[in-house]
Write a protein that binds this ligand. Structure first.
Ligand code: SF4
Length: 352
C-alpha cells in the first residue's frame, strides 16, 4: 500500500501553479492535527511500501513537525519515503532530521537554472539557491530527484539544454521535466505546441544521450531509480491520499478530499471525514483508464488491449513500437500523447 500526504503551504504562490498550494502557514498547527486525525481514521493497518510528502511545500515543516505523522506510519522494509522540497530548505539540519525520520528520497523543485526563466514562471527563487541545494544533495544523498519545467515563453532549446547540462552535472539519479501548462488568463505564458514539441524533443534526446532512461513521458532515471511511488499511479495500484485536495484509489473507488485547507480542517475538527466525492468506474472505463496510464510508460501496454488493425497506423507512423507482447509509444508518440489517446479512445470505446 502507498500513502500520499498533502501539505498545502508555500512561502508564496507561483504564477503557473494550479495545485492546492501557496496557503499561508497560519493554519499549520490545526492542519497537522487534522492530518493526524485523518490518518487515524482512514489508514488501514499494514506496512506501507511508499510514503510521499507532496504539496505545496512539505519542506516548510520542520522534521519535528513531521515526526508525529511519520511515527504513526508502519513502513515495510525498504519502503521509499519521499519529500518534495524547495531548494532553500535543503539545509544540513533538515537533511539530518529527514534521514532520522526514515525519509530516504528528496524531490527538489529547481524548475530552471536561469533567473529570467524563474521570473517568467512567477517563482520567487534564485538560481544560486538551486545550485547550493544540488551541491548539498550530490554530496550527501543517494536517492534524489530534480523537478524542471520546460516551455515558459522566451525559453529556447539552448537555454533549456544549458539548464539540463548543469543539472546532469550534479548527478541526480532521477529527473522530472514537465511541459508548462497554463490556464487561459494566467499571468504566465507558455510556448505554443510546435515550439514546445521542439523543445521537449531536444531535451529528451539530450537526457537519453546522458544515460537517463525515459521511463515515463515526463520522467527520467538512472537504472533502478524510478519513483516507485509514482510508478504505482501509472500502474493503477491502490493508494490512500491524506490532506486537503488529496485523491485516493482504494477497492476500485477513486475519491477526493475537500480542496480548501480551512474546510478540510473544520471537517476533521467536527469529527467528520474530509471526502468531497468519489466515483467507481465500470469495467470498460477501468480498462481504458489502465491503458491510458500505462501508455505513459516506456514499458507500454499489452498488445492485446487494442485490435491489431488499430495499432497498425501508430506502428507504421513510428508513433508506437511493438516489444514482444507489449506495445509502447516511441519518443515521437509521447510528443503527441493527447492525439494518440484520442485516436485510441474512439477505437477502444467503439470496440466494446
Ligand atoms: S510551484 Fe511549488 S512552491 Fe510554487 S506555489 Fe506551487 S507548490 Fe508552492
Amino acid at each position: 500500500m502507498r500513502v500520499y500526504l498533502h501539505i498545502p503551504f508555500c512561502r508564496s504562490k507561483c504564477g503557473y501553479c494550479d495545485f492546492c498550494s501557496g496557503h499561508p502557514l497560519e493554519l499549520k498547527d490545526r492542519y497537522l492535527a487534522a492530518l493526524r486525525r485523518e490518518r487515524n481514521l482512514r489508514l488501514r493497518p499494514g506496512p506501507l511500501d511508499s510514503v510521499y510528502w507532496g504539496g505545496g511545500t512539505p519542506s516548510l515543516l520542520s522534521p519535528g513537525e513531521l515526526r508525529p505523522l511519520m511515527e504513526g506510519l508502519c513502513l515495510a522494509p525498504g519502503a521509499e519515503v519521499t519529500i518534495e522540497a524547495n531548494p532553500e530548505d535543503i539545509l544540513p539540519e533538515n537533511l539530518a532530521g529527514w534521514s532520522a525520520l526514515g525519509i530516504n528520497r528528496i524531490s527538489v523543485g529547481v524548475q530552471s537554472l536561469r533567473d529570467d526563466e524563474l521570473a517568467a514562471l512567477g517563482r520567487r527563487r534564485s538560481v544560486r539557491e538551486a545550485r547550493t541545494a544540488m551541491d548539498a544533495l550530490a554530496g550527501s544523498w543517494q536517492n534524489w530527484s530534480v523537478d524542471l519545467i520546460a516551455g515558459a515563453a522566451g525559453q529556447t532549446c539552448a537555454s533549456l539544454l544549458a539548464t539540463l547540462d548543469e543539472v546532469v552535472g550534479h548527478g541526480p539519479p532521477h529527473l522530472s521535466l514537465y511541459a508548462l501548462e497554463v490556464k487561459p488568463g494566467s499571468a504566465v505564458e507558455a510556448l505554443d505546441g510546435d515550439a514546445m514539441a521542439d523543445l521537449l524533443s531536444e531535451a529528451w534526446g539530450f537526457l537519453e544521450a546522458e544515460g537517463y532512461r525515459h521511463y515515463e513521458i515526463s520522467n527520467f532515471c538512472r537504472p533502478g531509480r524510478e519513483s516507485r511511488h509514482n510508478l504505482g499511479y501509472w500502474r493503477r495500484d491502490p493508494y490512500c491520499g491524506l490532506g486537503a485536495s488529496a485523491h485516493s484509489f482504494e477497492d476500485g473507488v477513486r475519491s477526493w478530499n475537500l480542496d480548501a485547507p480551512e474546510a478540510y480542517v473544520r471537517a476533521l475538527e467536527a469529527g467528520e471525514g474530509a471526502r468531497e466525492g468519489e466515483e467507481r468506474l465500470d469495467a470498460a472505463q477501468a480498462r481504458w483508464e489502465e491503458l491510458l496510464l500505462q501508455l505513459r510508460l516506456d514499458e507500454g501496454v499489452e498488445r492485446a488491449c487494442v485490435r491489431p488493425a488499430d495499432w497498425r497506423p501508430l506502428l507504421d507512423a513510428g508513433l508506437a513500437a511493438a516489444r514482444g507482447e507489449r506495445v509502447a509509444l516511441t519518443g515521437r508518440g509521447m510528443l503527441v500523447f493527447n492525439e494518440v489517446a484520442l485516436y485510441l479512445e474512439e477505437r477502444v470505446i467503439q470496440a466494446k
